[in-house]
Ligand binder design. Structure first.
Ligand code: MG
Length: 273
């Protein structure tokens, strides 16, 4: 059993991480989704990758840009980001037939304390999920840990969209929900590559589809945040092929420190159950 990701997938991970970092660095009030999309495509192609979402089932762009109540699959366009927005940026990259998929949610200018709390919670939920993503643990272990944490923070997990296997296909089995029962579901096994992606909302988790047939938003208009990494499962902590939440976190802020402490607490909690 191999515990190494294919070289092409490792390279795709490096490219996706660089592209997402470049886009996140450019996020500010007044920048349009189209500008961010062009930057992402340029970084990906300059480094020898292919944007994986562009053309996928007809999706028209390199990134998904989902703002505020938009949860996932938003189409970047002329709309400019505004001070206080929450922007989820999702990027897929393909290299020599292998895919990675990764996302972060960033604050645009000064966001509200509630928005900040939700954004940090999405990163923390991902860290908690990654702790569960290892050989022998079940998919239910991961989902239960994420959902328990989200509820304790007063948030809900989206149930209509899930993480997934990823390799020579962008979306492969297994489906990896952000809810579940400890001990239930199939087991992770070393050598598997998966995309883990908690989606948290401040209100009801019910989603509505926009007229563009892509953008999924919360039905009640409440804020959403999304964090995603592609990882290789091993017998210990997974190998992170797209470690994007490291730069998305704010280790210097109170919320970041609290989030770090919360990961430790939550992981101990889920381990002891
Ligand atoms: Mg995904």
């Amino acid at each position: 059993m191999t515990s190494k990701a294919p070289a092409a997938q490792v390279k795709a991970g490096e490219i996706a991480t660089a592209a997402l970092q470049a886009v996140a660095d450019k996020v500010r009030p007044g920048v349009s989704g189209a500008e961010l999309d062009r930057l992402a495509e340029q970084v990906i192609r300059d480094r020898g990758g292919v944007p994986a979402f562009k053309g996928y089932r007809g999706f028209p762009a390199t990134i998904c840009l989902s703002i505020n109540e938009q949860v996932v699959h938003g189409i970047p366009g002329d709309r400019k980001l505004e001070d206080g927005d929450l922007a989820s940026i999702d990027i897929g990259v393909k290299v020599d037939g292998y895919y990675v998929d990764t996302a972060v949610t960033v604050a645009v200018g000064d966001s509200s304390p509630e928005a900040d709390r939700l954004r940090v919670a999405a990163d923390t939920a991902l860290a908690i999920a990654l702790f569960q993503a290892r050989d022998g643990h079940t998919i239910g272990d991961l989902g239960a840990a994420v959902e328990t944490y989200a509820k304790e923070e007063g948030f809900a997990v989206v149930r209509d969209c899930v993480g997934h296997g990823i390799g020579t296909g962008l979306h492969e089995d297994p489906a990896i929900p952000n809810y579940g029962k400890k001990g239930k579901g199939s087991r992770f096994s070393a050598g598997q590559t998966v995309a883990i992606e908690p989606m948290l909302v401040a209100g009801s988790p019910h989603l509505a589809m926009a007229e563009d047939h892509w953008t999924l938003s919360t039905e009640d208009g409440s804020l959403a945040a999304h964090a995603e990494e592609t990882v290789l499962i091993t017998e210990e902590e997974p190998v992170r092929l797209t470690p994007v939440t490291d730069f998305a976190a704010d280790p210097g802020t109170l919320s970041g420190e609290k989030a770090g402490a919360r990961v430790i607490k939550a992981t101990q909690h889920t381990e002891s159950r």
